[in-house]
Write a protein that binds this ligand. Structure first.
Ligand SMILES: N[C@@H](CCC(=O)N[C@@H](CS)C(=O)NCC(=O)O)C(=O)O
Length: 194
């Protein structure tokens, strides 16, 4: 398998993390953003969207990080799938808006609405709090792809000073106990600072 994508991308981190948890060997090609390589004919043959990650497995080229997670897991149970969809449709967009305002955008160009964006992201965490009051992990009693899909953004959220409710804080603590999370996700994102 070949994974295309820079390790500073939260979406690439999900796949790197999943590959590590599954102990799957792969070749890593670092492309995207300042590393370039997503505007080549070779990359365009893999995906119509010049974005990372892309996972190549033989003749298969898969993009969309959560589709890749499902593929690597050989499918996911419905509860995990639901939380992966929630991460895609609601939680990550709110996180990205906050991350762009706080980190990606140069100070002179910021909108000045970080507090509002942080409140919106925190509102997005409320459903996770509800689930985590019932189960140890997002998808149930064992760690799985939903935790990777939603958990990958939590280090940067925590690092930006977002406060978590008690169950989300417990879950985040569990993520931080995982070696792959510490090695892949809890890493510097300084290269992304605007
Ligand atoms: N929905 C896609 C989003 C992919 C995406 O937006 N990737 C970003 C990095 S997080 C990207 O490729 N940005 C441009 C680049 O790095 O060149 C997924 O989950 O894989």
């Amino acid at each position: 398998m070949i994974l295309w994508g820079r390790p500073s991308s939260v979406n690439v981190q999900k796949v790197l993390w999943a590959l590590a948890e599954l102990s799957r060997p792969f070749e890593h090609r670092i492309v995207g953003d300042k590393y370039g390589g997503t505007d080549t004919p070779e990359f365009a043959a893999l995906t119509p969207v010049p974005r990372v990650p892309v996972l190549q497995d033989g003749d298969l080229a898969l993009w969309e990080s959560h589709a890749i997670l499902r593929y690597l897991a050989g499918g996911v149970p419905p509860l995990a799938d639901q939380w992966m969809e929630y991460a895609t449709s609601s939680l990550q967009p709110a996180f990205i808006r906050l991350f762009y305002e706080r980190v990606r955008t140069p100070p002179a160009k910021r909108q000045g609405n970080a507090a509002e964006l942080e409140a919106a992201f925190q509102a997005g965490l409320a459903p996770l709090e509800w689930q985590l009051e019932k189960t140890s992990w997002l998808g149930g009693e064992s760690f799985g792809m939903a935790d990777i899909a939603a958990g990958a953004m939590m280090y940067r959220a925590h690092d930006m000073g977002v406060s978590f409710g008690p169950e989300v804080a417990r879950w985040y603590g569990q993520l931080c106990e995982r070696a792959a999370y510490r090695e892949i996700v809890m890493t510097s994102y300084e290269e992304l600072r605007g």
